[in-house]
Write a protein that binds this ligand. Structure first.
Ligand SMILES: [Zn+2]
Length: 314
């Protein structure tokens, strides 16, 4: 009789201990305490902003279950690291290249406008010059004709002599004006050519930078922005704040125990791209995965362990 009581007590204590042990393994039961581990200042973000982004990344998961799943702690065993390598460097260089492209485009527009204005003026001046030259040539021909007539005459017509003298002076003046106008036309041609060359130079400079970028990084292969390794989360790359929150939300999902899902709009889709970064929300697939992971009970774990142990016997 006494022995039975002892055995019952041993059983109760064992089951209780097992239950307590297994409880700690039940997903989503107690919040995951995380902290900021490595933090590289080369990212365009402050530690406070990073923490805020993490708080935002917790939200979709916690809202779905209506309870706290993550908790920020100053000293935490689960670190979220911000690690700088060529992935973020590439992002920064890519952004600089984009800025450069915007500058080049603005410069090109400005140069083209100046070019167009100069070309318009040139064409107007050229027309003016051509018309003036045509008139001058006609007048010169007439003058030469009348000089020839004068030379062949008895040279007594005072009025004709007066006209010839006046016309000679006028033609000299017109010739000088034509020379000035020709100079202006040539100067305009030089300006128009300079603008064309300037534009070429700006485009060449940009193309050289694109080439350097391509040589440094190759043609954009895919890479992981973040990694969950079971012990913590490493973040390697993000374009901007919204993108960072998305990457963190995805990795926190893994930290809860979620696997990837098939809908490209889901947070847990393996590739980031089609999700709505501005309006981050769980898809039906994300929600189902979360519920499946978080509905696991101690009994489920015990049954699973027992089944594995049983299968292991064979
Ligand atoms: Zn993933």
């Amino acid at each position: 009789m006494h022995r039975i009581v002892v055995w019952i007590l041993i059983c109760i204590v064992s089951i209780g201990a097992l239950y307590a042990f297994e409880s700690a393994r039940v997903p989503c039961r107690s919040p995951l305490g995380y902290g900021i581990g490595q933090f590289d200042g080369r990212f365009d973000i402050t530690p406070d902003e990073f923490r805020m982004a993490l708080a935002e990344a917790e939200e979709p998961w916690e809202r779905a279950l209506g309870r706290e799943l993550f908790q920020y702690r100053d000293k935490a065993l689960f670190p979220v690291n911000l690690i700088f390598d060529e992935r973020q460097q590439r992002t920064i260089d890519g952004k600089n290249l984009e800025d450069e492209l915007a500058d080049v485009t603005a410069m090109q527009t400005s140069i083209r406008e100046k070019y167009a204005a100069a070309a318009d003026t040139l064409s107007a001046r050229r027309k003016e010059y051509d018309a003036m030259l045509a008139r001058f040539e006609q007048d010169l021909e007439r003058y030469n004709r009348r000089v020839a007539d004068w030379n062949g005459s008895d040279r007594t017509d005072e009025d004709e002599l007066e006209w010839l003298r006046k016309e000679e002076r006028r033609l000299d003046r017109t010739s000088a004006e034509l020379e000035t106008l020709r100079g202006k036309v040539n100067a305009l041609v030089a300006i128009v050519n300079r603008y064309a060359k300037e534009e070429e130079k700006v485009v060449d400079r940009y193309n050289a930078e694109v080439e350097t970028f391509a040589e440094t990084y190759g043609t954009g292969e895919a890479f992981d922005q973040g990694v969950y390794d079971g012990q913590g989360i490493d973040i390697y790359q993000f374009d901007d704040r919204e993108h960072l929150v998305m990457v963190l939300t995805h990795e926190l999902g893994h930290a809860l125990g979620l696997e990837h899902v098939a809908n490209p709009k889901s947070i847990m889709y393996p590739v980031l791209g089609e999700q709505d970064l501005g309006e981050l929300a769980l898809s039906a697939e994300d929600r189902a995965a979360l519920e499946a992971v978080c509905s696991v009970t101690v009994i489920d774990l015990l049954v699973r362990d027992a089944r594995q142990a049983w299968l292991g016997l064979f």
